[in-house]
Design a protein around this ligand. Structure first.
Ligand SMILES: [Fe+2]
Length: 204
């Protein structure tokens, strides 16, 4: 097996073990996700292990690729490498699980919303933009399960970003999409996201 493959396996395995330890011992909190963010940034700094040679940039026709790198048997701690040409914006959504995004290349613009209502009325939500943050190489954000965002790829250079979730897209059955103008929400499964599992890292 190639040295780079072994290094990638060790790096991903070590990172996920650390993340699993933090979440399982501290639960999901801003403080815990702050630690997860540092771990994911350290992994993202090893760009040579996640190059286009191993995780090809999508063709212009494909727009984007979502590579699954690692997950637990039940879909917990799902780590994806997302590469995209300029595209978006995505629907405004939460994930129903915690998320951390870290940049390796290109710029992914994240717009974060705040919720103004109490969330008690099913199908309704009053939200407004809180702030926008552009994630380039060396940048990361953490999102709690009910944090709301949309993303758009703004750079000419295709993006390469890690997306790490408490549960994988298929298990994200509690996602909500938000209609800003109408003040409504609808439940959407994350299973619509096309995931390429062929380049999974075999973690120990
Ligand atoms: Fe998202």
């Amino acid at each position: 097996m190639q040295t780079s493959t072994l290094k990638r396996q060790a790096a991903v395995s070590d990172s996920i073990q650390k993340v699993r330890h933090i979440i399982n011992n501290q639960g999901v909190s801003s403080a815990a996700l702050g630690k997860v963010k540092k771990i994911l940034l350290a992994l993202a700094a090893q760009t040579e292990l996640f190059s286009p040679a191993d995780y090809p940039t999508p063709t212009v026709r494909e727009y984007g690729k979502v590579y699954l790198l690692s997950d637990d048997e039940d879909g917990s701690f799902s780590l994806y490498l997302v590469s995209s040409h300029p595209v978006g914006p995505s629907p405004i959504h939460d994930h129903g699980t915690w998320a951390v995004i870290a940049g390796l290349a290109g710029e992914e613009e994240n717009t974060i919303y705040k919720r103004l209502d109490d969330g008690q009325q099913a199908g309704k939500a009053h939200i407004e933009i809180d702030h926008t943050i552009t994630l380039a190489q060396g940048d990361a954000i953490a999102l709690m399960p009910d944090d709301i965002h949309h993303i758009v790829t703004t750079s000419e250079e295709p993006t390469r970003h890690f997306h790490l979730y408490g549960k994988g897209f298929i298990q994200q059955t509690e996602r909500l999409e938000f209609n800003l103008q109408e003040g409504t929400t609808k439940a959407v499964s994350g299973a619509f996201v096309p995931v390429d599992e062929s380049r999974r890292v075999q973690c120990s």
